[in-house]
Design a binder for this molecule. Structure first.
Ligand code: PMP
Length: 288
């Protein structure tokens, strides 16, 4: 596997960063997870825009402009002969000393990995995924905006560890007011009487690219969709529920905290959205 690292393609075994890189020492950096479907990079421009916004929030200068990032991403897929892949694009603060000071890191590190995809096991797309609510709260936007896709995922990792302790693959994280924010690595949607709702970014949700695609699909299907303040009760008592993410795509939820969602089977609106998403990924996107 060839990795793009600071302007060059290097073999996987040579793709190394310094132990003084602040991405490693402090989680100081930003990233994107992107998908390649049948030779098309899904919503690449939106991913790059989110990366730029994350970097801006951290006052981190990305060494390439949008067109150069786009070309490097596509090239990474091409040199590896891939037509379907999961792409990880990472920009770290770069090498500095052992203090926090980002201004002592003269050159950001940029690397791109195009690798194989690992979805949830297929049974969960067919039958739904049982999830739980974990005690760890989603980090407050006043501390670190969850809209910033930073390399510091410890908050989500604590949530993921707790999910596993409860025997679940994914979990809801509430915000510090007790409203539903999102899952550890996915956005969440509930459907009530034919209308879809999802937490707003201001409640602690990442502005997911797949989430954005669901808004477009809902408009195309004529299904009402809105952002709303949601509690666990709104999901326990929903007719349908599903999660979205670049890695997960769209996965139905069958159970939350031991309560069946609807009849516990993936609902019709969820299934229609999953089908529409499948169609879109093959036609939408940047040809590599
Ligand atoms: N929330 C979090 C915390 C995430 O890490 C992700 C990405 N896996 C998402 C939501 C979903 O966003 P996207 O659809 O852009 O992958």
């Amino acid at each position: 596997m060839k990795i793009y690292l600071d302007g060059k393609f290097v073999d996987e075994s040579e793709a190394k960063v310094s132990v003084f890189d602040h991405g490693l020492l402090y989680g100081d950096g930003v990233f994107e997870g992107i998908r390649l479907y049948g030779g098309n990079v899904f919503r690449l421009d939106e991913h790059l825009e989110r990366l730029e916004h994350s970097a801006k929030a951290l006052m981190l200068a990305i060494p390439l402009n949008r067109a150069e990032l786009s070309a490097a991403t596509c090239e990474t897929c091409r040199v590896n002969g891939l037509s379907d892949a999961y792409i990880r694009l990472v920009v770290t603060r770069g090498v500095g000393d052992l203090g926090l000071a980002p201004w002592l890191c003269p050159k950001p590190t940029l690397f791109i990995i195009a690798s194989r995809i690992s979805l949830y096991p297929q049974e969960h797309y067919d039958n739904g995924l049982a999830i739980v609510t974990v005690p760890t709260r989603r980090i407050s936007p006043a501390a670190l905006p969850p809209t910033v896709k930073s390399l510091n995922y410890l908050n989500n990792i604590l949530g993921k560890i707790e999910a596993r302790q409860f025997g679940a693959l994914e979990a809801i994280m509430l915000n510090d007011q007790g409203y539903v924010a999102e899952c550890t690595a996915d956005n969440i949607f509930a459907i009530h009487k034919g209308a879809i709702m999802t937490p707003a970014a201001s409640q602690g949700a990442l502005k997911g690219i797949t989430r954005g695609a669901v808004f477009d699909i809902a408009a195309e299907l004529g299904v009402p969709i809105r952002e709303a303040d949601m509690t666990r009760y709104d999901i326990w008592c929903a007719d349908e529920c599903f999660l979205t993410g670049t890695g997960a795509e769209i996965v139905p939820v069958s159970k939350l905290d031991g309560r069946l969602i609807g009849d516990g089977r993936p609902g019709t609106i969820t299934r229609d959205i999953m089908k529409a998403f499948r169609r879109r990924v093959l036609v939408e996107g940047t040809r590599i």
